[in-house]
Ligand binder design. Sequence first.
Ligand SMILES: [Fe+2]
Length: 244
Amino acid sequence: MSPSFVDCHSHVVPSSDDGAGSVEEGVALCREAARHGTTILFATPHVWPHLVLTETREAEVREAYEHMRNDNAGLELRLGWELTPTAALLEEDPHRYVLEGTDCVLMEVPFTGPAGELVALAERTEGAGLRPVIAHPERTEAVLDRPELADELAARGWTLQVNATSLLGRHGDEPAELGWDFLERGIATIVASDGHRPTRPPHLDEAHALAVRRLGDERALPLFDGSALGLATPSRTAARAAST
Ligand SMILES: [Fe+2]
């Protein structure tokens, strides 16, 4: 029985950022993801300091999302957001940004610079009764400079998410080594695609196969099946039990 994946981080819904450029391209990416074993795919448009979520932008994103959701691309599409931490976001209610159907909010460690605003945003999210999911620490300057930062974030009970492309070496040796180290030590508990476009598609199967070889099936599957989001279905759990 082939595993079914939950991918909590992708940019398949057009939103004026660097993800899918149109509904048609987004639907094609969803079909690709379904062909590669994903059954639940979260579209998580960027909320950047220079591209905030105005009411107009949110309405446009939701309209595109509704079109795509009704296109029957072979998977369940859900909506969330990927927050780049800023002081302005600390003034907002984090409930606005939850990954649909969960109590989780996806936020990234900034690619450059310190992680102080991330910590503040995660604390605020936690204070609102939600769970921070921290995207791709293995790709960021703050963690590459001081990998113990990832341990410190995980020690606070926050969920760390590694990119599948990092594990496949697509971002160089150092992010790959850090990503695998975080998975092997249980510091990170989710692998997601962060898929953006046809040349960087939302696939998880290749990274899952590699994780099975490195970690074994029993440790690999929960990294990919939504367990850390509270989304592992009874059938998934039963499949895992049957395979052990
Ligand atoms: Fe992303």
